[in-house]
Design a protein around this ligand. Sequence first.
Ligand SMILES: C[S@@+](CC[C@H](N)C(=O)[O-])C[C@H]1O[C@@H](n2cnc3c(N)ncnc32)[C@H](O)[C@@H]1O
Length: 200
Amino acid sequence: MYDALEWVTEVVFFRRWRRELWERVPAGRVLEVGVGTGKNLAYHRDEHQVVGIDLSPGMLSRARRRAEQSGATVELHEADVQALPFDDESFDAVVASFVFCSVPDPVRGLREAQRVLKPGGKLVLLEHVISPNPVLAAFMRWLDFLPVNIWGAHIDRDTAENVHTAGFRDVEVQHRVSGVVILVEASRSPGSARETHRID
Ligand SMILES: C[S@@+](CC[C@H](N)C(=O)[O-])C[C@H]1O[C@@H](n2cnc3c(N)ncnc32)[C@H](O)[C@@H]1O
């Protein structure tokens, strides 16, 4: 149903943005958070060893099927980004597309991303966010209850700000569609992520 609902936007916008997202992902061991039905599989490159996680077993089974059909090599696990089952400093990059709108505590999830990143590791995100236009932003805040109750995603998240709050450095944000979609690149802060951002 998710794939069917997003078919038009996928063709018109998302495919191009996914390509742009993955062009920014450095080589090495990559954690993809919220893999969903596996729409990003087609954009992984040979130099990426991708581990994908998602909260939803249903989405993961679609992703598994898609990986089998396309021959993509990916390791998939059921997990919550807010409590990642991976060692500290074990990934070169963490990637997500359209995920942090639905994570209950996005800053906690981003701090977990920081914890599992190696020093110098990259965070690369494609997310829909609250508009930079104050009038539209007020409308999105007012309307937020609707998407949250229908499909569990917030439309009033300020994900770039959350990336800063989680302690990432060198945060670069590129706007798409007047700023309601953003591409974010950021670096893990130096030092131990556990020391700088205590994860309870
Ligand atoms: C809108 S879908 C995006 C899926 C995929 N990234 C894409 O671009 O098509 C959001 C996905 O994030 C997953 N998700 C939501 N909260 C999560 C969490 N706390 N930890 C892991 N995955 C989560 C959902 O199950 C869903 O598959």
